[in-house]
Design a protein around this ligand. Structure first.
Ligand code: WTA
Length: 635
């Protein structure tokens, strides 16, 4: 018997040791005992980090939706699978049972088929947090289409880039979305994006806000009439273990976003197993992850991980501040949520509002609290522990990435003693390593370095869509034979890990990864801008905020700086999305550059953080003289 459900620290260590000593045997047992396979694998693992190539459960056949839905029908048919809480608290919550989910996914899958979507086709999903979002992912998976979800806060330009990169055939969207007391014209954004796309053949539209939208003849259709006519049953497509399941874009240090490709069997096994243990899910628990399904956290821990375990997973359409800052706690009370998983940014924002909203709600149902997406500071950790968990609910600080598919370093609640700001110990099967600048592994405890993973795990991304070379360069070339995460970490005296943050140019703002390139490209589109560079600087609530250094063209025209600042943020909102707006913009005459012309962001970061103590060696710069000027003008 595999230890599918770890219940104490001794058991964790025992399971961990086994997972490292004999990984194939370890994962094979889990795969065998807890999932539904159409055909068994011939080989558990095949790997070579130099190519890099990783294959799990080769030869096996399955469909992930049979694991997430069909197999629960007999025992859990009437159990709530998805508990939908609408934006407006006066609108009734929806309890979608496993049986209803089965019906809705099957019909949806039949609609996709009728529109000509086949196995391997890419379908872009641009939807708000409504049940159709989860259902459309599952409908794609049912027929073997590869879903590519784009967070519905991204702009038309960002959407078009992602559609074009993976050559999607279809977009699934809605007329609009609710966000607090605002509505957003999603269909309008899609229409604008599609002016720059040539591969889209059809657009299916979910009605959500009942707005007036334009439907392009021959391309756009409301989905409801199609669902009404669709047959009830759709035979699940038999997928090979390594067939693609989805693409999800994440920001890189440079260049366009990377379409991380996740495949079927390994992703399923790992997300299910981590979900069960990290949240210690028990049969009648109500689990709520506040992320958007547009991010990996939503894919793995709202949809696939929970459903593979037959769990009840809450989907919340709204925002934490509407109608007031008590909304999260109201939902916890209303649905008696047992596991609550959110981001440090949300915790900091809610903490700032004081305890009034917390104390007016009964939070006694909570058993486990989670955080993800960015480092959690000590103050926020204690606020969460004291006021939300009342020191009774362990906090799981889960470290992982879009690329890793599932949680990698985390406490197992009630087993691993927690420590504020520490993600603690690797999950079974995960072999972390800290590396020094020379590429050597730093052994022992009380050390700090760059975080790598030495051995494959089932849910790792297999490639970057359409660019395997970039995948190799980004993740497998910095350190030989290791996956490089891009994060720094330290290991304390007992072996606990604390993630210290990105060591590359990715900036995490409110838990969202932002690459510098698309934002700088947007700034440079302003007619008055000659050149720009952005960096992150510490922010009380968002973790990091963006600081832009902008060189204006010498056009002789006088422009008011305030107007240019506004216009730059306007362009960023249009090109990337509102999450990428700059908090500070400094106009400057020069940017520090290396002799090869690369901007020295390290120096800019220090100036933006007002940390001038150790600027490092500037003598190797092409233009060391600009540094003092930038310091003098700093905001
Ligand atoms: C950061 C989110 C500290 C980290 C699942 C990582 C964290 C990036 C934590 C991935 C954590 C995520 N503590 N930092 N618990 N979790 N990060 O791809 O820098 O959106 O590389 O995946 O978020 O962000 P992504």
């Amino acid at each position: 018997m595999s230890n599918y459900h770890i219940k104490n620290l001794e058991e964790y260590f025992q399971v961990y040791r086994r997972s490292v000593r004999n990984p194939e045997n370890f994962w094979e047992e889990i795969a065998e005992e807890h999932f539904l396979w159409r055909k068994r694998w011939n080989k558990v693992l095949n790997w070579d980090f130099t190519k890099p190539e990783v294959k799990w459960f080769e030869g096996a056949e399955l469909n992930i939706t049979e694991n997430c839905i069909d197999r629960h029908l007999v025992t859990r048919g009437n159990k709530t699978a998805i508990l939908f809480e609408p934006n407006n608290p006066d609108e009734e919550a929806q309890h979608i049972t496993y049986k209803e989910l089965y019906d809705r996914v099957n019909k949806f899958a039949n609609v996709l088929k009728a529109k000509g979507i086949k196995k391997g086709d890419r379908v872009c999903i641009y939807l708000p947090m409504i049940p159709e979002l989860a259902i459309s992912l599952l409908a794609c998976a049912r027929i073997g289409a590869i879903h590519s979800v784009v967070f519905a806060g991204f702009s038309s330009n960002a959407l078009a880039t992602r559609i074009n990169d993976s050559e999607c055939k279809m977009v699934i969207t809605s007329d609009g979305s609710y966000r607090g007391n605002k509505t957003i014209d999603l269909k309008g954004i899609v229409d604008e994006a599609l002016e720059d796309c040539t591969t889209i053949e059809s657009v299916l539209v979910v009605k959500r806000i009942d707005s007036e939208i334009t439907m392009k003849n021959g391309r756009d259709e409301w989905i409801q009439p199609l669902l009404d006519k669709a047959p009830d049953h759709c035979e699940a497509e038999i997928m090979k273990a390594e067939d693609p399941l989805f693409i999800l874009y994440t920001s890189g240090s440079t260049g366009k976003p990377k379409g991380m490709l996740h495949t079927t069997a390994g992703y399923m096994v790992y997300t299910a197993y981590t979900f069960k243990n990290v949240f210690q899910y028990r049969e009648n628990d109500v689990y709520w992850c506040t992320a958007d399904i547009g991010w990996i956290t939503g894919h793995s821990y709202i949809v696939y991980g929970p459903l593979a375990n037959g769990a009840t997973t809450v989907m919340f359409e709204g925002v934490p501040s509407y109608p007031d800052y008590g909304r999260f706690w109201e939902i916890v009370e209303k649905h008696k949520v047992n596991q609550f998983y959110t981001a440090p940014t949300a915790i900091r924002a809610l903490a700032k509002e004081g305890l009034g909203h917390v104390e007016s709600h009964d939070l006694s149902s909570l058993k486990i609290l989670g955080t993800v997406g960015e480092p959690i500071n000590e103050e926020a950790w204690h606020w969460y522990d004291d006021n939300i968990g009342k020191r009774q609910s362990p906090i799981v600080d889960t470290w992982w990435q879009t690329e890793t598919g599932g949680i990698m370093i985390t406490p197992i609640p009630f087993s691993t003693p927690t420590k504020p700001t520490y993600a603690t110990l690797p999950f079974p099967g995960i072999q972390p390593a800290l590396m020094d600048a020379e590429g050597n592994e730093i052994k022992g405890n009380q050390v700090e370095g760059r975080l790598c993973i030495k051995f494959p795990w089932p849910s790792m991304a297999r490639t970057i869509w359409g660019n395997h070379q970039r995948y190799k360069e980004t993740y497998f070339s910095t350190f030989e034979n290791k996956y490089f995460t891009g994060d720094g970490a330290l290991r304390d005296e007992v072996g606990y890990y604390r993630i210290t943050g990105r060591v590359d140019d990715v900036i995490i703002v409110s838990g969202h990864n932002l690459g510098t390139a698309p934002i700088e490209d947007a700034i440079n589109e302003h007619p008055a801008v000659a050149e720009s560079a952005i960096v992150g600087f510490p922010h009380d609530i968002k973790g990091n905020a963006l600081y832009g250094y902008v060189i204006l063209k010498d056009t002789g025209e006088s422009r008011r700086h305030e107007n240019v600042r506004k216009e730059i943020n306007q362009i960023i909102t249009e090109q990337v999305g509102p999450i990428a707006k700059l908090d500070k913009i400094q106009f400057t005459k020069g940017l520090p550059k290396t002799r090869s012309g690369k901007i020295m962001r390290r120096i800019l970061r220090k100036i933006a953080s007002n940390d001038l103590s150790n600027l490092g060696d500037t003598s190797t710069l092409l233009n060391p003289e600009v540094v003092q000027g930038i310091i003098d003008e700093a905001l």
